[in-house]
Write a protein that binds this ligand. Structure first.
Ligand code: BG6
Ligand code: MG
Length: 220
């Protein structure tokens, strides 16, 4: 029996994975006069701010000192915050509120398992804070694909992996859910999120009767 759903935020509940990448592209263009290519986006999804930067720098064989890295990460965050400054409940992806309402009706707990330190303020701004029974603080935890964020939510409620479902749009996130031994629902492209147990193009495409069966099944 499933008791907890753990949601990623960026790219699952709202388009903010795009704003994260746009901010990085601007930072790298300003600093190195380099156009970060689209294929790099997937590498930056789901991982912490500094790890995203490390992955971009690595892709282009760029080396900078620790303090320059910190500066770039701070500038990126300022740009990101600017890009989402007008975000409100209209920026929620279609079907998100309906899914939360459905889960509440089924007595399922809801947790936020985002790597983003901007997550709490964003859910507040998008008026969905009230649906969350727990919000994981990613600060002290290891970045996805490490399972820490998902385990933290599970442990908060004293649950077992087979009582939890994780929902993710990033390869690193799906890997983290699988390492936590939970069911993984991937949101996005099925050719990319191969490791997920079930994949939907978007939250609005999730089949509720299937979800009902999934919730009530017993997994050992
Ligand atoms: C994840 C994004 O949700 O949050 C990553 O997919 C981002 O791209 C990470 O790096 C950290 O976000 P923030 O807001 O703490 O910089
Ligand atoms: Mg995401």
């Amino acid at each position: 029996m499933i008791k907890l759903f753990i949601f990623d935020l960026d790219g699952v509940l709202a388009s903010t994975s795009e704003e994260h990448f746009t901010a990085w592209k601007e930072v790298i263009k300003d600093k190195f006069n380099l156009d970060v290519e689209d294929f790099v986006e997937e590498k930056t999804k789901g991982v912490s701010r500094i790890e995203s930067l490390n992955r971009i720098l690595e892709t282009y064989d760029l080396e900078v000192s620790k303090s320059v890295k910190e500066d770039l990460a701070n500038i990126k965050n300022e740009k990101y915050k600017e890009l989402i400054s007008a975000f409100n409940e209209n920026n929620l992806f279609e079907g998100v509120k309906e899914l939360f309402e459905f889960l509440k009706k089924e007595n399922i707990l809801i947790a936020l398992g985002s790597a983003s330190k901007n997550g709490p303020s964003l859910i507040d701004r998008m008026k969905i804070k009230k649906y969350f029974d727990f919000v994981v603080d990613p600060g002290p935890l290891k970045s996805k694909p490490h399972p820490d964020i998902f385990n933290e939510a599970m442990n908060h409620f004293n649950l077992k992996p087979n009582e939890c479902i994780g929902i993710e749009d990033a390869i690193s996130g799906v890997k983290a859910i699988k390492k936590a031994k939970m069911i993984a629902i991937g949101i996005g492209n099925k050719d990319v999120l191969k490791q997920a147990d079930y994949i939907y193009e978007s939250i609005s495409k999730i089949d509720y009767s299937f979800l009902e069966t999934l919730i009530k099944d017993n997994y050992e």
